[in-house]
Design a protein around this ligand. Sequence first.
Ligand code: MC0
Length: 153
Amino acid sequence: MFMRIDHVGIACHDLEEKIALFERIFELKVVAREVNTEQGVKEAMLHIADGEGGGSYIQLLEPLGPDTPVGKFLAKRGEGVHHVAFGVPDVVQALEKIDDRGVRLLDKQPRHGSLGSSIAFLHPKDVGGMLTELVQAAERHGGVTPNARNADT
Ligand code: MC0
């Protein structure tokens, strides 16, 4: 089901400060920034490597307000790893499979994610305490749609 780890999302209070920290320690580079109002975050993607179906990244997340998923997380747990996102070839198909396996889907339909991806979250309480995100990368970033795969075969 999974092709790679797409990204690890890190919750932080100050995006610019944490970008500078990750650039300095790990020599990573920001390849995209976005304000995603639907998700209540301002975020930056720092590129690590390219893999099957897309890249892998560190995603730094600053909440747009206290009453957002990341705002609530910071108030409760402080800064740190907020979620792990796995690259899948087809997010709708992955959701259908997982729905039959007793896991609460936080998104029944994919939403807009970083770098033009389609994303969906699974409830952390049903996945060993880990907020889990499924990511189908945009095609221009190497995502593999079912049609593209069929065209290749
Ligand atoms: C909450 N909990 C977590 C957690 N957030 N556990 C592990 N990791 C997390 N990140 C736990 C709480 O500690 C609590 O457990 C229980 O889940 C309920 O949490 P809550 O504080 O009462 O908050 P809820 O229930 O209102 O919301 C939690 C939930 C929500 C995970 C359902 O945050 C959500 O729907 N998240 C998905 C969307 C999201 O996170 N968007 C931001 C990233 P206890 O034991 O205390 O009951 S957007 C993003 O990343 C996009 C831009 C992208 O990747 O492209």
